[in-house]
Design a protein around this ligand. Structure first.
Ligand code: SF4
Ligand code: SF4
Length: 146
C-alpha cells in the first residue's frame, strides 16, 4: 500500500487500501431504526449477529453474505448513497467529506487498540440481535453515537 494512502481521494484507492481504511469501530454493524413519520434514523445498541462485541470485527467477514445477505458492501459509489447513515466518525465518511482521520485511527496511531481506548468503537456495550427481538429495539436506542 502507498505511503499515507488515506490522505488520497477515495476514488484513487486500490482495493487493498480501501479495505485498510476501515477503522474497525463496528458502528455500522449496529441495527438502526428508521421512523416512518419523520424519516429520522436512530442507531441502537443491538448489533448484527455476526459482530464480535469485544473485537468489533465481523466474525465471518469473507462469507458474511451467506448469513447476512443484506450486509452492505461499501464502495465509492455506494458511499455516496449511504453516507448519511454512517456514523460521523467513520473513516470513509470523513474522507468523503475531505476531513482527516482521527488520531486514534490505527493508520495514524499504529495501534489497533487505540480506537478502543479512545472510546470510539462499540467494544463492550452492544447486545446481539440474537437476544433482542426487533419489536424491542426501541429500548436500545443510542442518543449520541459520535
Ligand atoms: S463505521 Fe466505517 S470505519 Fe467504522 S467499521 Fe463501519 S465502515 Fe469501518
Ligand atoms: S455481516 Fe459482518 S460486516 Fe455485515 S453488519 Fe454483520 S457484523 Fe457487520
Amino acid at each position: 500500500m502507498r505511503k499515507e494512502f488515506w490522505t488520497l481521494p477515495l476514488k484513487a484507492l486500490d482495493p487493498q487500501e480501501w479495505e485498510a481504511l476501515c477503522d474497525g469501530c463496528g458502528k455500522c454493524c449496529l441495527n438502526k431504526i428508521e421512523f416512518e413519520d419523520t424519516g429520522e434514523l436512530a442507531f441502537t445498541r443491538v448489533a448484527c449477529k455476526l459482530l464480535d462485541g469485544q473485537s468489533c470485527q465481523c466474525s465471518s467477514y469473507p462469507d458474511r453474505h451467506r448469513y447476512v445477505p443484506d450486509c452492505v458492501v461499501l464502495t465509492p459509489k455506494k458511499l455516496e448513497e449511504i453516507d448519511w447513515w454512517l456514523p460521523a466518525t467513520c473513516a470513509y465518511r470523513l474522507r468523503s467529506e475531505g476531513k482527516p482521520l482521527y488520531d486514534w485511527h490505527y493508520l495514524i496511531s499504529g495501534d489497533r487498540e487505540s480506537i478502543h481506548r479512545a472510546g470510539a468503537s462499540v467494544r463492550g456495550w452492544t447486545v446481539s440481535e440474537v437476544s433482542v427481538t426487533e419489536d424491542d429495539w426501541e429500548d436500545y436506542i443510542i442518543e449520541d453515537l459520535a
